[in-house]
Every structure is written in structure tokens, then in C-alpha cells.
Design a protein around this ligand. Structure first.
Ligand SMILES: O=C(O)[C@H](O)[C@@H](O)[C@H](O)[C@H](O)COP(=O)(O)O
Length: 270
């Protein structure tokens, strides 16, 4: 059952390789998309806590990702939606710009303003990617350190802990996190990668790699706007992850494309 309402689900089934095929939900506009995703995220984290005691989420920057966080913080303040123990939620990032900590380019700053600074999380469970002034000279060192943090929380010789929901925005050319088309990160099997010469500024970044992204229980791609419609159609139409990294963003148990009507406008109706 989709937890999204009044969205329209187009497809759900098992693909040939055993992963669930993407579940596509369409909301009328970006605002209603953010509202639907935030409600679903709260419900999903509460469900994870009911099973495991804890929950974990990977955040994304971008317009919809930030709007979702704002709305989640609003919900957290409403008694009827206080179903998540925020002290028992681990927060990770899908990518980050390797710039100074106080730079407005940091995804972390946006997340702190929208959400982390408004909801009572355990500081020990907030796991930002390092900034360029955090003591690492090179982004490769910072990426390796972040991989160590993931592995330390995971334990049992696993590289990545259980991630209940991994959210991703998507660029118009199909990049997710900071994995850009035809870039070295596409084929880098490490859980965390350093990205240099990024086609979109700032050029130096840290990103989860595909091995970490595809280890998540659920991957949610949050996409709005006509400018993304072609990439959405290509990703769901069989593009390779090298051509269009979003096509390779798949969760173990679910992959959800959460779209507004404009972003869905080039999908075939069947
Ligand atoms: O620099 C980047 O790589 C972008 O900020 C990216 O991380 C962003 O999440 C997507 O491009 C979607 O952004 P929107 O939701 O704002 O379209």
C-alpha cells in the first residue's frame, strides 16, 4: 500500500533482478508533494522505530528536500503527529559541498535551519559530512572519514548501517547526491566518494556512492518541475546509471519516485 495520498501510484512489482520496480507517486504541485512526503517520512520513521527501536534517514539538499524537512519539523510540533522519538533517529547526508562550515553552500546549514535546529535530536546521532575547514586537507580524506563513521555505526564488519529512508533530489541531467553523469563516481564502489571537478558548482564535494545508496531499505527520489521531466522519463525508461545516475538509485525494499505533475509530465500514461 502506498502511504501517499492523494497521489497516484502508477506501478509496483518485482523487477527481473529481484529488486522492487520503482513505485511512482504523482502529486499535483511541489507544495503538496512536500506535504505528502513529509507525512510519509514521519510514518516510515515511526514504523522503523516500532520494529527496531531506532530509525535512520539520509537527507538531501535542494528545494523539495528542504521543504520536506521544514514540514517534518512542523509536524513534529503537532501533538497528533508526535509519533517519532526524534532522540532515536540517526541523520546522515547523501552529499555535501566541501566548503567551509559557515558557507551557504553547505547542505548541512539548510537542514539545520529547516529541521535539525527545530526538532530535539540527539547531537550524537547527527552525522554531517566534513566541511573543508574540519581538519581534512583533501576531500578524499574527508570521504574516508565519513565511511568510517558509517561503518562504526553499522558494526559487524558492515560498511553501512541500516538506512530506513534515503532521500535524493535529482538534477535536470539526472545527477543524484553528487554523482554526475559519466563521472568517476558512477563506477566507484566505495560507500563514500570524493568528487572533484563537479560540473555544477561548487566543484569539490563528498557524496555517498552507489554501494551505499543501494544498501538503503528505501530510496525516495524527490523531483519537481518541468525541467526534470525528461530525466524522470529517461530514468524510468531504462537509462543506464552512467548516462543518468538517478536510474541507478534503487532501494533494497522500495524505490519511490515522488513527483509533482510537472516532473511526471513526460511519463507514459501506461
Ligand atoms: O548542487 C547540487 O547537486 C544540487 O543542489 C542537488 O543536490 C539538488 O538536490 C538537486 O539538484 C535537486 O534540487 P531541487 O530539488 O532544488 O531541484
Amino acid at each position: 500500500m502506498s502511504q501517499f495520498s492523494p497521489g497516484e501510484r502508477i506501478e509496483e512489482a518485482l523487477s527481473e533482478e529481484g529488486l522492487p520496480t520503482p513505485d511512482v507517486v504523482v502529486e499535483p504541485d511541489a507544495d503538496r508533494l512536500a506535504r505528502a512526503v513529509s507525512s510519509a517520512l514521519v510514518a516510515r520513521l515511526a514504523a522503523a522505530q516500532a520494529v527496531h527501536g531506532t530509525a535512520s534517514v539520509v537527507l538531501t539538499g535542494g528545494g523539495i528536500g528542504t521543504a520536506v524537512l521544514q514540514r517534518v519539523a512542523d509536524l513534529a510540533a503537532e501533538p497528533e503527529h508526535a509519533v517519532v522519538d526524534w532522540q532515536q533517529v540517526d541523520v546522515w547526508w547523501g552529499d555535501e559541498r566541501f566548503v567551509p562550515a559557515d558557507s551557504d553552500d553547505r547542505n548541512e546549514l539548510g537542514a539545520r535551519a529547516a529541521f535539525l535546529g527545530r526538532v530535539g535530536l540527539d547531537p550524537e546521532r547527527i552525522h554531517p559530512m566534513p566541511s573543508s575547514d574540519a581538519g581534512f586537507d583533501e576531500p578524499e580524506e574527508a570521504a574516508a572519514w565519513y565511511a568510517e563513521q558509517l561503518a562504526a555505526v553499522a558494526g559487524d564488519d558492515r560498511a553501512v548501517p541500516r538506512i530506513d529512508v534515503l532521500m535524493l533530489g535529482m538534477g535536470p541531467e539526472g545527477h543524484v547526491a553528487s554523482i554526475f553523469p559519466d563521472s568517476p563516481a558512477v563506477s566507484d564502489e566505495r560507500p563514500v566518494v570524493a568528487v572533484r571537478d563537479c560540473p555544477k558548482p561548487p566543484p569539490t564535494r563528498i557524496s555517498l556512492g552507489f554501494s551505499a545508496i543501494t544498501s538503503a531499505e528505501e530510496v525516495w527520489l524527490l523531483v519537481s518541475g518541468e525541467g526534470k521531466a525528461e530525466a524522470v522519463a529517461r530514468a524510468l525508461g531504462g537509462a543506464t546509471r552512467s548516462d543518468l545516475p538517478a536510474a541507478g538509485a534503487r532501494g533494497r525494499r522500495a524505490t519511490r519516485w515522488l513527483l509533482d505533475a510537472a516532473a511526471a509530465s513526460r511519463l507514459p500514461r501506461d
